[in-house]
Design a protein around this ligand. Structure first.
Ligand SMILES: Cc1cc2nc3c(=O)[nH]c(=O)nc-3n(C[C@H](O)[C@H](O)[C@H](O)COP(=O)(O)OP(=O)(O)OC[C@H]3O[C@@H](n4cnc5c(N)ncnc54)[C@H](O)[C@@H]3O)c2cc1C
Length: 275
């Protein structure tokens, strides 16, 4: 492990102070959460003079019910999220999926946060695919004011140093189900959500690989979940026919991802028979 030398650690106690610290501390202040990914970044050569921890900011770890869903503080760890009673009541499917992240690695689950998982901006980290399937929003505090982006736009969101991720907002009121399959990880993962809309229900499938950012495949609107269950295979093949032909990486061809993705999606759609 590399010695990172002397660093200044800032622990602001509210959001405004955090922003002031970020815009004044050192040349390139870096936010530290659980440091499980930062340690890897240090080993890869990241130079840091100033670290900013948000752990003292009120609400940073909280999970709260809202009018239309649930908000998850960026500082919520995998361990906290996996057993939180509010999340259990409002989005149990997300909680089930979250339990599989770094399963069995207690050190990581106890320290690693949802914010760090997202802001490391690594496609192989799983919260981005889950939150993209759920049409979640990411709320940032930035030096130019609050900003909110769709989870699928994480990759083009505010640059590090411009502010920090404060909360994840998950709309759950119209959510029927979320399904997640990581059995083929690291080759690929698939998350599928199903949501009530004005004239029926609509499913969204999201595929990601170790290297490739989550790709959204919105399915046709149908009158009820039963329609997806009945014609699951056709819907799955149709959805994956829209997968961009350049969606492939060094491990899996586009043809493989289409075929295996359609199989997993078919299973997800068939499982809607039980909702
Ligand atoms: C052994 C091991 C196994 C793992 N297995 C899995 C797995 O199965 N699935 C999976 O998805 N992940 C896995 N991970 C990754 C792990 O989930 C991430 O390392 C973790 O979520 C990062 O969170 P952290 O709080 O430690 O972030 P940190 O390491 O503290 O930060 C990561 C990055 O995010 C930035 N950051 C952190 N918080 C904020 C914020 N609020 N606003 C802006 N920027 C911020 C930091 O500046 C840094 O660049 C594993 C990691 C390890 C070490």
């Amino acid at each position: 492990m590399r010695d990172i030398g002397a660093v200044r650690l800032y622990r602001p106690s509210d959001e405004a102070q955090a922003l002031r610290v970020l815009s004044s501390a050192g040349a390139h202040p870096v936010i530290v959460a659980g440091a499980t990914d930062l340690c890897a970044q240090f080993n890869e050569g990241l130079q840091v003079s100033d670290l900013v921890s948000l752990s003292r900011v009120d609400g940073y770890r909280d999970i709260r019910a809202t009018d239309g869903g649930v908000t998850i503080g960026a500082g919520c760890t995998h361990a906290l999220g996996a057993h939180d009673p509010v999340l259990a009541a409002l989005c149990p499917d997300l909680q089930i999926a979250w339990r599989s992240v770094a399963a069995g690695i207690l050190r990581v689950r106890a320290w690693a946060t949802i914010g760090g998982n997202l802001m490391a901006r690594k496609p192989r980290y799983e919260m981005s695919i889950l939150l993209t399937a759920l049409a979640a929003s990411l709320r940032f505090c930035t030096t130019t004011g609050p900003s909110c982006i769709a989870a699928e736009d994480l990759w083009s969101g505010p640059a590090p140093g411009q502010g920090f991720l404060w909360q994840v907002e998950v709309p759950t009121r119209q959510l029927v189900a979320l399904r997640y399959d990581r059995s083929l990880r690291p080759l690929m993962t698939l998350a599928t959500s199903c949501r009530l809309v004005a004239d029926g229900v609509r499913a969204r499938a999201v595929i990601a690989t170790q290297e490739l950012q989550p790709q959204v495949l919105d399915l046709d609107l149908v009158e009820s979940c039963a329609a997806y269950v009945r014609d699951a295979r056709d819907h799955a093949i149709e959805a994956f026919s829209a997968l961009p032909t350049d969606f492939s990486d060094g491990q899996s061809s586009n043809d493989y991802l289409r075929r295996v993705g359609a199989v997993l999606l078919r299973r997800h759609l068939e499982s809607l028979a039980h909702v």
